[in-house]
Design a protein around this ligand. Structure first.
Ligand code: FAD
Length: 398
């Protein structure tokens, strides 16, 4: 009797979960022994986290129970934190035990990249998980409540967002929508609230948008009260604000860092060659050090035909998960592998409740239509994971 190969998937984010779901569909019963390991028993919709962070949506709309998506007969789910990967021993260490594998798929996502800026780790908050966004939301509300008790401290109403890519733009757009409601609720003059979006690069909004759309996005956010500071690196983050490269100091009781992402540190420690924590993969998404280890999502580095790395997005993570599953099945069935080819479908960034900006195919969209398309994209990814019932359950239509 032949023993079924052991496939272990680390992380149930966009990349890891898609790998598991495709394997569930493609593998025959008993063809492989598949284990999915994730820190939490839920998958969080990272692309939705800016809303609960600002408090414009409930965090319950940003997560899905993993066991509702997978079939126990095909995938074993283990809720655990991975502490170490040992490629030489083909083992993954969890807090309490080790798990052996024949094939490993790493989809552990990324970590905030602070570029060594002093104080960011200690004093800035980050939008990374359900728990982190709940903390941000409560912190924002607390700052309004606290200001009522200490009205001389205007820094309590100053919010600094570092980084104006996807995360920074989408979060500050939601925050700008939430502020009027909080001002009404706490009887605070809205002109006392200051929202800064600080970016080291000369442009705001996610990369890949044509300049006129990035300008449009900035104008929409400026009308909502956002103050942009471009070409302005944050030099230091302190307990009471930030020091900018220009020498300016902004006193703020809230700093949210959305200025960069790096791969999970565990990969460097495991001995894989990394660039900002991301591992460069081959055309089949395998590491150059070990052909039994595949990487998907933010911890992988895929080069475009032009020789530049693709940015870390949910869009590419989902496509990688799909491809990794196809190649795992091919390996088991001793068939040729399929190279990964990224099909870029576009970029749409939300600017708050009823506006967005982006490109789909070669069509440039903005305003309400773009906002509608953003919802369609969210619905599509929910549908890919859990079909119509998941779409309806998460009430993404509202
Ligand atoms: P993740 O989705 O981060 O998942 C990693 C998983 O690994 C998580 O479930 C985590 O709990 C688990 N994990 C981590 N460490 C461990 C451990 N030690 N042990 C066990 N489990 C662990 N991209 C887009 O394409 N479009 C967008 O509109 C967009 N908007 C965004 C908005 C925001 C606010 C943010 C933060 C990101 C956005 N992105 C967007 C980027 C996108 O969310 C990421 O690129 C994507 O989530 C990467 O998927 P992943 O599978 O690599 O990792």
């Amino acid at each position: 009797m032949t023993i079924a190969p052991k496939i272990v998937i680390l992380g149930a984010g966009y990349g890891g979960l898609m790998t598991a779901l495709r394997l569930q569909k493609l593998l025959k019963r008993g063809e492989a022994d598949v284990t999915l390991i994730n820190k939490h028993d839920y998958h969080y919709l990272t692309t939705h986290l800016h809303m609960p962070a600002a408090g414009t949506d409930h965090h319950d709309n940003a997560w899905v129970q993993i066991t509702e998506l997978i079939r126990k007969s095909k995938i074993k789910f283990v809720k655990a934190t991975v502490t170490e990967i040992r490629p030489a021993a083909k083992m993954v260490m969890l807090e309490e035990k080790g798990i052996a594998y024949d094939y490993l798929i790493v989809g552990l996502g990324g970590e905030p990249e602070t570029f060594g800026i002093p104080g960011l780790k200690e004093y800035a908050m980050t939008i990374r998980s359900i728990n982190s966004v709940r903390a941000i939301r409560l912190h924002i509300e607390y700052m309004f409540a606290k200001y009522k008790l200490e009205p001389h401290r205007t820094e309590l109403l100053t919010f600094v967002v570092g980084g104006a890519g996807f995360t920074g733009t989408e979060f500050i757009g939601e925050l700008a929508d939430r502020v009027p409601e909080l001002c009404r609720s706490y009887h605070i003059d809205p002109s006392l609230v200051q929202m800064y979006n600080i970016e080291a690069a000369p442009v705001a909004l996610p990369p890949g948008l044509p300049p006129e759309l990035a300008d449009y996005g900035m104008r929409v956010l400026e009308r909502k009260g956002v103050i942009f500071k471009l070409s302005t690196p944050i030099k230091e983050c302190m307990q009471d604000g930030v020091l900018l490269g220009t020498g300016e100091r902004i006193k703020a009781a809230t700093v949210v860092w959305a200025g960069g992402i790096r791969g999970n540190r565990m990969l460097e420690i495991a001995g894989f060659e990394t660039a900002r924590g991301r591992v460069k993969v081959d055309e089949y998404l395998r590491t150059k050090e070990d052909s039994n280890v595949f990487l998907v999502g933010d911890c992988s580095l895929v080069m475009s035909p032009e020789g530049t790395p693709y940015g870390p997005t949910a869009q590419i993570a989902i496509q990688q998960g799909h491809n990794a599953a196809i190649n795992l099945v091919a390996l088991i069935r001793k068939r040729p592998l399929k190279p990964f080819v990224y099909h870029y479908k576009g970029t749409v960034a939300s600017l708050g409740k009823s506006s967005a900006v982006g490109v789909i195919g070669n069509k440039r969209i903005r305003g309400r239509i773009a906002s509608f398309m953003k919802k369609v994209i969210d619905i599509r990814s929910l549908y890919l994971f859990g079909g119509l019932s998941l779409v309806l359950k998460k009430m993404i239509f509202k």
